[in-house]
Design a protein around this ligand. Structure first.
Ligand code: SER
Length: 879
């Protein structure tokens, strides 16, 4: 018996043999389509190739594509477990021609594969064609030799395939397998076509047009082919089963579920096993593609699927979490074909365990409440909406979980009542908010969020994504149309732009759209927790709500921000290791060109300590270890050794970022709770350099540092300064310190010489320069720039040479006048130095002076009057 893995390989090999390039499945979160919640067909990744917008190096491709149909337009969730062919996750096998071959080749390929390689008997097969597509009918007759009654013409949209409201489309032709007349049901197009006898296995779409805004349809550049075959369906046929859940792949998962719960795989809990097997696949694959449980958007769909499975495990009497125990079985089945599953194994198991642990007690209490409420109800009486809402709001029961739980009783939920209760809660929340005194300017964000819900952040996994404009704000008010040249705030349904938070600055980049629309984004902020607001300017075209756009983050800038943020984690840990665990983060900034990190630390951090920290961070960078991100409860994170910020409020789940090799009993060198974006490996940081350490407040020190290109620039700047200094010294850079020491030495010597010379100059004239005033010798000199502090010594030296007499010296250094008067001891009986210095001081605007009769000093602000001061002394002596 061919296994599912063989069947997949046969398909891909067949088309590879026929010139098709095997292309890996694209992720479940579409990067190129804002209208799709999850990838739901093989052609999704090729949408723009069909329309000619995107070029690939091949014109024929084949894929096995992961698809999820839960949430959004296609939602099979409610039926899963209860029917033979509904799945939330399935694989679509496909072959594609991008303007290469058309139906004349697609039909023979399909027929050959199905009848030869898969060996299906021809008489069990029949096909449908679109009623207007005569070419297809003729081809089927020619290629397959099918009789007319097994080429069924269908006029409805069933045989005209559209991707959605817009996008590539065309008539299609489906291949059906007849499971035999023991199963009820009629051929396609007949009144009882919905029975299970005739099952569609392969849809061949003859892509010819692109559907634009309503009513417009343009031909594709060239007719193309898109086909989709459900692997699970074809495997059922090839393995002789009628029910998809009986194929090898599902059977292995169902047996794992039976073993984990101790319940017979085919007994009364058959449905529960099927639900678990299906939901294990969708939840695991979604997590491997970066979706994590949350209360919004894709994350909430994931949570709904998980909780639905968990209820079934509880229903089977499981006391402990079950889902995470089944992951190895899934990986055994599908890990070889989808290596991303193997890579994400730990994340998947841990997240399942976390969700199930957290939800278990709520689930039990909620089911108890549900049982109490339903006994009061009459047969077939729907569950009141208010009760369903209480289960949703208080016990975390997604609506479909409640519906699923009531399904066995044949009971429904009063959906109108549920919606009313939900509305009432919104109204209460609005009233509470309106009364909270928050700035009225924020009202607009509240109004928008009520309408649009939270924005979905895709930026952990990608830097560009398509999105839809949901709202535009100009000058604080919502706008319907924003022309070029206007400053605008843009809200998208999903965005790769990081909104400023946790110290990491918001992203910048561009948002572009149809008809030449270009918006430059200069900042991204988060409002009301999770509404991402892109702030910028419409540069060209006109922005309007409802239009699809492509949002692209400035890649280089984001890369530099990431490096600084990851370096901050390493810096934090290194500081704690060097200074002690009292070091706590008090604030941080992670920008493209620098990081700033404030920590509690009572004294300055010494140069040696900083050097150690810098070297330690660089050693971790060179280690180039992987940076990992996981979701867990705050308690589990702290147990792991994560640094939680004291006093910070965390939700039920936290993101834990770990980097560096394991250390002691810690699984990584640095473990922190963080919502920011980080490098893949520590080596991506490049290089780390501390450029400043200062005080910001009592007990708080600030470290400023740079990484990567900014660190390089900082080194280059220092080198340039050193080169300038060396140039000025006419020395090699290495000689600069010695040369400066030598220069300082020379300077000191020269200063001494200058002082000596000044002294000589001042005293050099000897008594020859003295004047005789009424029999008293006076040496009076203006010494100009000679420092004031030297005057006394000079006056004494001159006095000694002169003998009996008076010496008066004035200095005009430093822009003011300083005066010293010395009187020889023999004269102090009749002449006082103090009187003379006072007379001199008055001339330079001073206020007196002081000293002894033999030596006094004074000063004054007016240095230009130095000679008048000397004249005043002469006059006083003459007087
Ligand atoms: N796009 C078509 C489908 O989803 C064929 O692949 O059915």
């Amino acid at each position: 018996m061919a296994s599912s893995n063989d069947i997949r390989a046969t398909f891909l090999d067949y088309f590879a043999r026929n010139g098709h390039t095997p292309v890996a499945s694209s992720p479940l979160v579409p990067r190129n389509d804002p209208t799709l919640m999850f990838t739901n067909a093989g052609m999704v990744q090729f949408k723009n190739v069909f329309t000619g917008q995107e070029k690939r190096p091949y014109v024929r491709a084949t894929t096995a594509q992961k698809c999820v149909r839960a949430g959004g337009k296609h939602n099979d969730l409610d039926n899963v477990g209860y029917t033979a062919r509904h799945h939330t996750f399935f694989e679509m096998l496909g072959n594609f021609s991008f303007g290469d071959y058309f139906k004349e080749a697609a039909i023979p390929y399909a027929w050959e594969l199905v009848t030869k390689d898969y060996g299906l008997p021809k008489d069990r097969l029949l096909v449908t064609v679109f009623s207007e597509d005569e070419d297809a009918a003729v081809l089927w007759k020619k290629v397959a030799g099918l009789p007319d009654d097994r080429i069924i013409r269908i006029a409805t949209s069933d045989n005209y395939w559209r991707m959605g409201d817009t996008g590539p489309c065309g008539p299609c032709s489906e291949i059906f397998y007849d499971h035999g007349d023991h199963i009820p049901g009629g051929p396609p197009g007949s009144p009882d076509e919905d029975g299970d006898r005739f099952i569609e296995i392969w849809n061949l779409v003859f892509m010819q047009f692109e559907e634009g805004p309503p009513g417009t349809r343009t031909p594709l550049p060239k007719p193309s082919i898109d086909t989709g075959m459900g692997l699970e369906r074809v495997a059922a046929i090839l393995q002789g089963k009628h029910d998809n859940y009986d194929i090898d792949l599902f059977r292995a998962l169902i047996l794992a579920s039976a073993e984990a719960t101790g319940q017979d795989p085919d007994g009364p809990f058959k449905t529960s096993h099927r639900v678990i097997a299906d939901h294990l696949r969708s939840t695991s694959f979604l997590m491997a593609d970066g979706v994590l449980p949350s209360n919004e958007g894709r994350g909430y769909v994931l949570r709904r699927i998980m909780r639905r499975a968990m209820r079934h495990a509880t229903l089977m009497g499981a006391k402990d979490p079950v889902m995470h125990r089944l992951v190895p079985a899934l990986i055994r089945q599908m890990g070889a074909a989808y290596p991303e599953l193997v890579r994400a194994e730990t994340l998947i198991s841990e997240t399942l365990l976390l969700e199930e642990t957290r939800f278990k007690s709520l689930l039990e209490r909620g089911l108890h409440l549900l049982a109490e409420e339903t006994v009061r109800l009459g047969n077939n009486e729907p569950l009141p909406g208010a009760v369903a809402f209480r289960l949703y709001d208080t016990y975390g029961f997604p609506l479909d979980l409640t519906q699923d739980a009531l399904r066995e009783q044949g009971r429904s939920v009063d959906l109108v009542g549920f919606e009313t209760a939900m509305q009432e809660q919104r109204t209460r929340a609005r009233a509470a908010w309106a009364g909270s005194g928050d700035a009225a300017t924020e009202r607009v964000w509240f109004e928008i969020k009520e309408k649009t819900g939270a924005s979905e952040f895709l930026g952990y996994a990608t830097e560009s994504a398509e999105g839809e404009i949901l709202a535009l704000v100009v000058n604080g008010a919502q706008a319907d149309s924003v022309p070029a040249g206007t400053d605008v705030a843009v809200i998208l349904n999903q965005t790769p732009f990081y909104g400023e938070s946790g110290g990491q600055v918001g992203d910048t980049g561009t948002i572009s759209g149809p008809d030449g629309l270009v918006i430059t984004v200069t900042d991204t902020q988060k409002k009301l927790g999770d509404l991402f607001v892109h702030l910028g300017r419409v540069e060209a075209g006109v922005a309007k709500p409802g239009i699809p756009v492509v949002a692209v983050v400035d890649h280089a800038r984001r890369g530099a921000i990431r490096a600084h943020h990851s370096a901050t984690h390493l810096l934090h840990e290194a500081l704690r290791r060097k200074l002690g665990t009292h070091v706590q983060q008090k604030g941080s900034l992670n920008a493209p060109d620098r990081l700033r990190f404030d920590v509690s630390q009572p004294r300055p951090i010494t140069a040696d300590e900083l050097h150690w920290v810098e070297a330690e961070v660089n050693a971790r960078i060179r280690e180039n270890s992987e940076v990992t991100t996981r979701l867990m409860t705050p308690d589990a994170a702290v147990e792991l050794g994560a640094m939680a910020l004291f006093g910070e409020k965390y939700g039920d789940e936290v993101r834990v970022v770990a980097m560096g090799e394991p250390d002691g009993n810690k699984p990584a060198w640095s473990i922190e709770l963080c919502g920011g974006t980080h490098v893949r490996r520590t080596g991506d940081i490049g290089y780390f350099r501390i450029v400043g350490e200062t005080a910001v407040a009592a007990g708080v020190r600030r470290i400023e540092a740079v990484t990567g290109a900014s660190a390089e620039a900082s080194i280059a700047e220092i080198q340039a300064r050193l080169n300038d200094a060396a140039g000025a010294l006419r020395a090699a850079p290495a000689e600069v310190p010695d040369r400066i020491a030598a220069l300082l030495d020379d300077r000191k010597k020269l200063q001494n010489q200058v002082a000596e010379l000044q002294k000589k100059l001042a005293t050099g004239g000897g008594t020859a320069a003295a004047e005789d005033i009424d029999g008293i010798m006076l040496s009076a000199r203006n010494l100009g720039e000679v420092p004031a502090k030297d005057l006394k010594g000079l006056a004494e030296a001159i006095g000694k040479q002169q003998g009996s007499g008076v010496v008066t010296l004035v200095s005009t250094a430093d822009g003011k006048a300083s005066i010293v008067v010395a009187v020889s001891p023999d004269l102090t009986g009749r002449i006082s130095a103090v009187d003379l210095v006072r007379a001199a001081s008055a001339a330079v605007g001073g206020k007196g002076g002081g000293g002894r009769p033999d030596l006094a000093q004074a000063g004054g602000p007016d240095s230009t009057k130095a000679d008048e001061a000397l004249a005043a002394v002469r006059a006083a002596l003459a007087g």
